[in-house]
Design a protein around this ligand. Sequence first.
Ligand SMILES: CC(C)(COP(=O)(O)OP(=O)(O)OC[C@H]1O[C@@H](n2cnc3c(N)ncnc32)[C@H](O)[C@@H]1OP(=O)(O)O)[C@@H](O)C(=O)NCCC(=O)NCCS
Length: 415
Amino acid sequence: MGKALDGVRILDMTHVQSGPTCTQILAWFGADVIKVERPGSGDITRNQLRDVADADSLYFTMLNANKRSITLNPKTDAGKEIFTKLIEECDVMVENFGPGAIDRMGFPWEKIQEINPRLIYASIKGFGPGPYDDCKVYENVAQCTGGAASTTGQIGGVPMVTGAQIGDSGTGLHLVAGILAALFQREASGKGQRVTCAMQDSVLNLCRVKLRDQQRLAHGPLTEYPQYPNGEFGDAVPRAGNASGGGQPGWIVKCKGWETDPDAYIYIIAQAQAFSGLAEAIGRADWLDDSEWNTPGARLPKLAEMFEEIEKWTMTKDKMEAMGILNPLNVPCGPILSMGELAQEESLRQTGTVVEVDHPERGKYLTIGNPIKLSDSPAEVERSPLLGEHTEEILTDVVGLDPEGIERAREQGAI
Ligand SMILES: CC(C)(COP(=O)(O)OP(=O)(O)OC[C@H]1O[C@@H](n2cnc3c(N)ncnc32)[C@H](O)[C@@H]1OP(=O)(O)O)[C@@H](O)C(=O)NCCC(=O)NCCS
């Protein structure tokens, strides 16, 4: 079966997490992704957080599936010639080096456009143009500067970063959208363009509902926040523990076994439409005839008390049992699933969201496959490449070098 991006070739100058997330998805859509790595060392994550001696780390293998690897130093003379040819032969170049790194290699955007006017040049940086545009940025810096940390955490507690990599992987996903839009526009215009995503912007985009609440604050307290009605609201959106970000109240409550199992919890949303089923299930049918409880407005000042009552019931059930009872009642809820449970979850294996891959150095490992499912372009996950595994193949087939040319490049330390 063909793939959505068959015939699209990506010059992948990415490293660490944000850029590789983007190019891995493009590879799963069928693009030929050529990952350019520094001769001798490659992407720094090959060596980071290693669990198996002398084998590429999971950090690397889980972000670089379905790619080809070429070692190349574009700062050498032979490297510049090869890099120029790769720009000519590719449709998209993606990079997430520190600000100015590609320019310092001798390839500013103006020159790239001259070499290949059809090339789409996509970059991730920590910040957009402005006072911080020359700063280097990692995940948690983006979470802190994009509004996620100030709005996450316990009430009255320190700002908190989340385990979801919204700065790195989140920005990579934003960049995928930009690249695909630019490829589509190129169909009509015949021209490439620059696509840029700043990590701060992407995190802020994902925190959109918090900027909504910032503006609502000017018109009174945020009534669905746990601080209402007894707590204080300052000038900015406060941290709200596990409160739901939407118009329907939600909270995490304990389930049977919570004393010893750190994940024996369930998230329950007391959605107005399903409230009668929830009240009956937890043994509080009396709420339904009580004007102190039977409307969302009446419950609003008593959400903490309401979730305490719900918790009394959930503590008598394990989390899957509670879900099994509440789901048929249309009560939105979700057990807190640990990574151990997700790794074993059969339905995720069936859909290819969790995939087992074999690797020549490290043996079998689990990775997360393409979460975006295309009916006519299913993703088949292939292991990540070894450093420089495809150097000669790419130099021959894409760059057009003969064996003598390859040898010359090798002697110069260009590959
Ligand atoms: C992630 C980040 C902080 C890492 O910083 P770093 O490890 O110091 O690396 P940098 O990207 O700043 O620099 C890479 C250097 O390697 C060089 N390099 C990269 N690939 C090379 C290659 N194939 N051959 C030779 N040199 C190479 C670059 O030219 C650059 O050198 P220079 O700064 O001397 O010009 C930084 O890349 C960054 O801010 N990126 C943008 C935001 C981002 O994506 N962050 C999240 C990453 S998950």
